[in-house]
Design a protein around this ligand. Sequence first.
Ligand SMILES: CC(C)(COP(=O)(O)OP(=O)(O)OC[C@H]1O[C@@H](n2cnc3c(N)ncnc32)[C@H](O)[C@@H]1OP(=O)(O)O)[C@@H](O)C(=O)NCCC(=O)NCCS
Length: 148
Amino acid sequence: MGYLVSLPDGYAISDAPERLDIGAIHRFISEDSYWARGRDRATVERALANSLCFGLYAPDGSQAGFARLVTDRTTAAHLSDVYVLPAHRGRGLGKALMAAVLGHPDVQTIARWTLSTDDAHGLYAGFGFGPHPDLRTQMWRTRRPGEG
Ligand SMILES: CC(C)(COP(=O)(O)OP(=O)(O)OC[C@H]1O[C@@H](n2cnc3c(N)ncnc32)[C@H](O)[C@@H]1OP(=O)(O)O)[C@@H](O)C(=O)NCCC(=O)NCCS
């Protein structure tokens, strides 16, 4: 049985991979996101296939939003690619998406959650996220695809 959260006004959130409109998700991420503009479709598809994905669906069944969790479903999770389409914003759906992610039965043992955001700190703060208390202990590495 998949994970399905029914929301007011006919919206729903589901973890069913087959329900994801990959074209719509790719369109938003590659054209409208600030974090992965230009990402090609094959990269989006591969990332989705290897993540725990949450689709937000409008009453007509269309893709109204999305969130992706990079996770072992046991110890750690990194939240990514969170969006709600402009036409559906400002009615609590971003918060519902966050609540659905954190409420998923497969992630209940996870103690370490991470994410990056330019400006949505307030949204995530409502769900217990905050600045890391000791950045000295945190390291990261970035590289272009194909670099060693
Ligand atoms: C961020 C986003 C998902 C919020 O979706 P939404 O459905 O409008 O969110 P909600 O209606 O549930 O409200 C979000 C809450 O977070 C707050 N918030 C904080 N930072 C925010 C931000 N940058 N954008 C939107 N809301 C923000 C809002 O004020 C609101 O709080 P309130 O209910 O106490 O007023 C949506 O604006 C979006 O897709 N933005 C573009 C993509 C993006 O920036 N994604 C996040 C990347 S880290």
